[in-house]
Write a protein that binds this ligand. Structure first.
Ligand SMILES: [Zn+2]
Length: 236
């Protein structure tokens, strides 16, 4: 292999590795945000389910108070029933008692209905609380794993950068300058392998003479199309 491109390829390998790790690193806070959102959604669902239970229980207690006061009113009417003088008064009190009875029955039905709902709501709340607990455990583990991955990648990146510095010192300044210049305009990937006369990045055919020179000389060539520095890997 051309010794010049071999030197530059060392940089390219490190840089590709660097890009891959940086992309991985950038994904971490995105996933962390997703996890936090998932957790807060689950917490909110559990809280809302609790509120539903409390609301229903409040409705039940208020209905019970209403029934109680209707019963007291009914008892008072019953007492008065004994003292009435006329049939008309008697009928009027009966009608009032009848009205209160209907109100009491209606509210007792409502209480039963709300109690059933409250029971279902309590089951739902318990289910949501359990889900929250389970998911919290799982997601916290994942958060810890992400923190570990971040530490690992940051270490690897520092290591990678130290290695790059070392190569920068070893490589000839002209090659380094050429590499960096092409890297700046080629999205950080300034080199392209040529295989079967084809640039492996932009897939354009290389002229036969250039291909010949890539394989047999140390002349540097750039791809006519993507402008990358071409290299040829000897088959070994
Ligand atoms: Zn190309």
């Amino acid at each position: 292999m051309n010794p010049k491109t071999r030197e530059m390829l060392k940089l390219q390998i490190l840089d590709l590795e660097q890009m891959r790790m940086q992309q991985e690193l950038e994904q971490i806070p995105i996933r962390e945000n997703e996890i936090q959102k998932q957790l807060s959604d689950l917490q909110q669902q559990a809280d809302e389910a609790d509120v539903d239970v409390r609301d229903l229980d409040k409705q039940i207690r208020s209905l019970e108070r209403e029934v109680e006061s209707a019963r007291a009113g009914r008892d008072r009417l019953k007492d008065r029933q004994m003292d009435v003088k006329t049939n008309k008064e008697y009928q009027a009190i009966l009608a009032e008692i009848d009205f209160l009875d209907k109100e009491i029955y209606g509210k007792e039905d409502l209480i039963l209905e709300r109690m059933e709902k409250s029971q279902l709501a309590a089951q739902d709340a318990a289910r949501k609380k359990r889900t929250l607990e389970e998911e919290s455990g799982r997601l916290t583990t994942e958060m810890n794993r992400l923190a570990d991955a971040r530490k690992f990648l940051e270490n690897e990146l520092a290591h990678n950068q130290a290695k790059r510095k070392q190569i920068e010192e070893e490589i000839s300044p002209e090659l380094l300058a050429l590499y960096n210049k092409r890297a700046a305009v080629c999205g950080g990937i300034p080199m392209a392998e040529v295989r079967n006369e084809i640039c492996q990045i932009c897939h354009v055919r290389i002229r036969p003479q250039v291909y010949q020179e890539l394989r047999t000389t140390d002349i540097l060539h750039q791809c006519d199309s993507c402008k990358r520095i071409l290299y040829y890997l000897d088959e070994e």
